[in-house]
Write a protein that binds this ligand. Structure first.
Ligand code: HEM
Length: 148
């Protein structure tokens, strides 16, 4: 069970990175009905994996790894959780924009995306990817037993 949870945690982590990169690449393509639909679908996968990784993460903290005592008093775990929370908050803006497109997309109409919104989304996706790099640093440090 420990291996399965660890495997699913990695799978969710890699999928999160892949969805962020896919959204960023799509945001640099000419905006179209197809790219708008893809962005919404990819962002839904991102959201699902973020929820899954929280559940799997809690299972690993509480039951499958070094025990809650180790993590809940470890600054590297706190670094990881803080970076995860920041990435989660940052992701709200693109998600809200993509969700607003629902009505237009149902009518097969190109939704509104202002140049300002497009630039904000690109910047936020880059910040999220930088945040995931901090999460990974925290993940490795805590897994290897490093303490500040
Ligand atoms: C985007 C979010 C996340 C990513 C990319 C991520 C990534 C990783 C990686 C790569 C490892 C393996 C580290 C290693 O063995 O060297 C790991 C381990 C772990 N992660 Fe995550 N993780 C994320 C979110 C979370 C969350 C939200 C929690 C807790 C609620 C969590 C708890 C854990 C635990 C307990 C381990 C095992 C560490 C150990 O072996 O002692 N992770 N994570």
């Amino acid at each position: 069970m420990n291996m399965l949870v660890a495997f699913l945690h990695h799978l969710a982590a890699f999928t999160i990175v892949s969805t962020l990169l896919a959204e960023l690449v799509l945001m640099y393509q000419p905006f179209s009905l197809a790219s708008a639909k893809s962005l919404r679908a990819i962002d839904a996968v991102y959201g699902l994996c973020a929820m899954l990784i929280i559940v799997l993460g809690i299972l690993r903290v509480m039951y499958f790894e070094k025990g809650p005592e180790y993590y809940l008093h470890n600054p590297t775990f706190m670094l990881k959780m803080t970076a995860f929370a920041v990435v989660g908050l940052l992701s709200a803006y693109p998600t809200i924009i993509f969700l607003r497109w629902g009505k237009s997309l149902k009518q097969n109409q190109l939704p509104e995306l202002t140049p300002r919104q497009a630039q904000n989304i690109k910047s936020i996706l880059k910040l999220e990817l930088a945040g995931v790099a901090v999460i990974l640093l925290g993940a490795v440090l805590m897994a290897k037993g490093y303490r500040f």
